[in-house]
Design a protein around this ligand. Sequence first.
Ligand code: G1P
Length: 300
Amino acid sequence: MSDINIAVVPVAGMGTRLLPATKSQPKEMLPVGRKPVVQYVVDELSRVGVTQLLFITGSGKTSIENHFDLNLELTQSLREDGKEELLSELAFERAPLQYFYTRQRRLLGLGHAVLQSESFVGNQPFIVALGDSIIGMHAESKIVEKMKQCYQDNKAVAVIAFEEVPEDEVSQYGIAKPKKNTGQEIFEIEDLIEKPSVQESPSNLAVAARYVLSPSVFEALRKTKPGAGDEIQLTDAIRIMMQNGGKVYGVRLSRGEKRYDIGNFGSYFRAFTEFALADEKFGPELREYVKEIIDVDSSK
Ligand code: G1P
């Protein structure tokens, strides 16, 4: 089988939990450390061999297009001003990736967003990476590589990344019922439930923003009725594929592959803090500063 090198990145969500920061800018463009969230996602995909990438956008998301375009005027002006060192910050503009954009014109859920990619994807397996989630510090994760391998080794119809979450958070995620919950890195899935209550949750393994999918998902998506939150859910479509006899696998994120979800201020602040503290140039100084203000605060 040829390599899986196309990816779909949904970025249409309104980001209401991050208002007012997201009133007139996409949440995917919020900086985490030095880069906007979505740049980490693209860097990760580029590193695992993605060559064509479709963003599923919505209104108010044009700054994402601008970000990944060449900015020749800026390059020229940096050159003229002798600011050569800053040019390297724009090297990502020249990554060997071809970008495509389409709009999800009605926000009917993640499944509906992925359905908009059908004519782009055609009849080949593809990656879905949520544009508001960074995997691993500096997005150095190779999880998608493992997922592609698992997809091919097991003739799967879907492979999903998972992470363990605390029990009281299961209702925010898609949750897996593994065939055997033996704690293994790669496991087969028997069922999936989108945003279950604690009582009905079959495990604490939560879908973690990365998928490798067979194009048969489109047929399943067309049959998918609105589910949790009255939205067309991707997990429900994958469930239909399972019911049709397709094999679905999960791959656990390893310890170093934490998921940074930029969906609310709590997780955004944590992500920003960790990335800023890890910054090569400013991290050490920031660490001292944070220590100092925490000490002053606790001595009050
Ligand atoms: C989506 C998916 C959910 C998954 C989560 C994090 O939910 O529907 O299954 O666990 O992303 O990857 P959302 O955060 O869009 O509500």
